[in-house]
Each structure stands twice: as C-alpha cells, then as structure tokens.
Design a protein around this ligand. Sequence first.
Ligand SMILES: Nc1ncnc2c1ncn2[C@@H]1O[C@H](COP(=O)(O)OP(=O)(O)OP(=O)(O)O)[C@@H](O)[C@H]1O
Ligand SMILES: [Mg+2]
Length: 219
Amino acid sequence: MGKVISFINDKGGVTKSTSTVSLATYLMAEGARVAVVDVDARHSCLDWAAVADNNGHPTPLMVGNSHSNAGNQILKLKEDYDYVLVDGMSSFVTSGRRDVIASIIKASDFILIPSLPNPFDLWALAELTDMIKSRQEITGGLPKTWIFGSAVRDNTNEWKDFVKAKDEAPFPLLTTYLPYSVDFPRTTGQGRSPLVLPESSKSRQALIAWAQEVKEITQ
Ligand SMILES: Nc1ncnc2c1ncn2[C@@H]1O[C@H](COP(=O)(O)OP(=O)(O)OP(=O)(O)O)[C@@H](O)[C@H]1O
Ligand SMILES: [Mg+2]
C-alpha cells in the first residue's frame, strides 16, 4: 500500500500545485511509482503533465477528479502506487465544495498545508483546521498534518517571523521551506521542476531538502 499525501489550503495561490508537481518529480527521480490526483477543476497538474509529455519528460500517472468520490479513487490508486499526491482545490468553503475536501481528508495518510509566510495566511486556516481536527478526533490523530512555508523570500525576516508565530499555528511547521524564486514558475511551465537545474541552484537545493523532509515525516 502506498502513501497518500495531500496538499490542501482553502486559500488560492499558495503553491499547492507547484509543490505537488515538484514533489512528484523528486519521488519519480528516486524511482518511486507516483500518481497525482488533481482535484482542482482548473487542472493545473494535468496541464503541467501535458506539457511534460509533449516535451518528452517523464510524468506521474495523472487523474483529474473534482467530485466527492475523489477519496474512493485515491484509495484505489494507493494499491498500485508508492505515492498518491493530491492537489486540492482552493475556495472550497465559499464555493460549497467542502464535501470534496472532506473526502480527500478521509483518504489521506498525510496532509501538507502550504502557507505563504504571513499571519493572514495562518489565520485563514481556521475552517480547514476544523475539518482536519474533526477527522483526527475519530481516527486517533490521522491524517498527520503539517504546515510548511512556501514562496519564502530569503534575505528577509519573513521566515524568522513565521517561525516565531508557529505557536499560533494549528499544526506543526516543517523545518524546511520552499523559497520564493522564478525558478519554480519557469521550470514548472516547461513540465519540469527546479530539480532539473544545476546542482548550484538554490531552488534545487531547497526543493531537495524539503522533499527529503517530506519523505522522512511520511515514512
Ligand atoms: N516557490 C515559488 N516562488 C515563486 N513563485 C512561485 C513559487 N511556487 C509557486 N509560484 C507561483 O505562484 C503562483 C501560485 O502557485 P500555484 O498555482 O502552485 O498555487 P496554488 O495554491 O495551486 O493556486 P490555486 O489556488 O490557484 O490552485 C503561480 O504563478 C506559481 O508559478
Ligand atoms: Mg493549484
């Protein structure tokens, strides 16, 4: 049985899709069998895979499912893949699609919540926190959930301030973060990820450190 890792945040533009495909490239490079379930009707991950495929780059198995049966499909995929990565939709609260996210939460072994490093983004997690914690209450703490900092500007105090605010956060914070860099849009726009950049690339190094931490906590 594989592991289901879902990237969920009701807030838009917090790098759910970029993180999903970047982690997929790392795990595939390690030889893992990876499936991605794209829950967002705007299907960013499906588009990314189509570009990758056109350019002859390896892609994970891709599935689009924005319905409340997504959880069942995820559980089936888990039987055949080492990792099932789920890219959640944003604005599920205002668009009345809590059912879809609830179904994903139920099927997840782990949840990663990308958050931009500012207090507004942390405070915006209230609704999702309630949904995850209600599930955790009946399962004895599953799915295990972390928040991680994304698009963090190096050479500023953003990350330090975010770490200081971690006691206000509803879930633990990963120690690694994904830095703010045009390397992410540039490489994902080609159906790849910063993993293809030279070893000296800071984005590549940060992505690897982050993916390694994700691998460790999801062992
Ligand atoms: N580390 C990064 N540094 C700079 N820009 C980034 C980074 N990661 C992602 N981006 C860019 O930020 C924007 C939002 O990222 P992305 O689409 O992955 O977020 P999302 O949470 O999936 O958004 P949505 O809610 O619309 O699905 C995109 O333009 C993306 O290319
Ligand atoms: Mg997205």
